[in-house]
Design a protein around this ligand. Sequence first.
Ligand code: HEC
Ligand code: HEC
Length: 272
Amino acid sequence: MMKIFGKVAAIVAGSALVATAAFAEDRKSYPAPKDHPLSEIISGYEFRTPETRALQDDDFENPAYILLDLGAELWSTADGAAGKSCASCHGDAAESMKGIGASFPKWSKERNKAITVEQQINICREEQMQADTWKWTKDPNMLGMTIFVKNQSRGMPIVLDNSPEMETVRKLGEEVYYTRYGQLDMSCANCHEDYYGNYIRADMLSQGQINGFPTYRLKWNGVGSTHRRFKGCMKNIRANPFKPQGEEFTALEAYMMYRAVGLPIETPSVRN
Ligand code: HEC
Ligand code: HEC
C-alpha cells in the first residue's frame, strides 16, 4: 500500500499530499452488489465542494446547459442528404431516449461490437441521415447531443446489459482498469479504488465514476466527454492514452458502468 501511495505522491511532486481519511459521514452512497470491488458506490458529486455542487444543482447556473440546449435544438433540426432530423424517427426524446444514458454502452449485433452513445449518434447520422459524422471528444454538436440524450435518463439508476457479449466486453474493460500504465506505472484502481476520499494536491480523489458525463469541468473551462477524461487521467500517469471511442476505452466505459451500477445518472454534472 505505502509503495503505491509513494507513486501517487510522486505525481504531486513537491506539493503536500494529505492522506487523511477525509470521509464525511453524510456522503451519499449506494449499496454495491455481491462481489463488487467497492464496498459502497459513491458519485463524484459527493467529493466536490459545496460551491461546485451548487453549480450542478441549479440548472440555470450549470454552464453545461448551453450545450444541452444546443443538443435539444439539433434533435429536431434536419441535416444530411436524407433530409431527416433525429426527431423524424425518434419523436419525443423524453420518451424514446429515456434509459439510454443509464444502459449504454450496448451490444450491437449488426456491428458485432459494443457501442457508446456517441458512436450510436454517429451511426444514425451516417446511416440514417446521410449526414457528416461529428468528432468524438470536443465537437460541441457531439457533446450537446450526447448530453441531451443522456439527460433524458437523469435520476435513473445505471443498469447493466447482462448479455454474454457485454460480459466479455466488460472483462476487457476490467483488464484495462487494473493494468498499470505509463512512467508512473499506475492503474486506475491505484487512485480511484485505493485512495478515494484522500486529497491529491487540492483535488479530493473520487471513485472516478462516469454517471455525470459529459461533464462541465471548471479546469477545462468547458464540457468534456467520458473518453476525454480517461485520456486526461492516463496522461497524468505519463501513459500513452488509448484512442477515444476505440475498443479499449469503449470496453473501459462498459466496465465502469458496472462499477457505477445503481448510481443515478447526473448528466450534465459539474466538476472542478
Ligand atoms: C431515419 C431514421 C433515424 C434517424 C433520422 C435517426 N435514427 Fe437513431 N435509430 C434509428 C434506428 C432504426 C435505430 C435502431 C437500429 C440502429 O441502431 O441502427 C436507431 C437507434 C438509435 C439509438 C439507440 C436506441 C436504443 O434503444 O438502443 C439512439 C440513442 C439513437 N438512435 C439516436 C439518434 C440520434 C441522436 C439521431 C439524430 C442525430 C438519430 N438517432 C437519428 C433510426 C434513426
Ligand atoms: C494518479 C491518480 C489517478 C489515476 C491513476 C487515475 N485517475 Fe482518474 N482522476 C484523478 C483525479 C485527481 C481526478 C479528479 C478528482 C476525482 O474526481 O477523483 C480524477 C477524475 C476521474 C474521473 C471523473 C470523475 C467524476 O466524477 O467526474 C474519471 C471518470 C476518472 N478519473 C477515470 C479514471 C480512469 C478510467 C483511470 C485509469 C485509466 C484513472 N481515472 C486513473 C486521478 C487519477
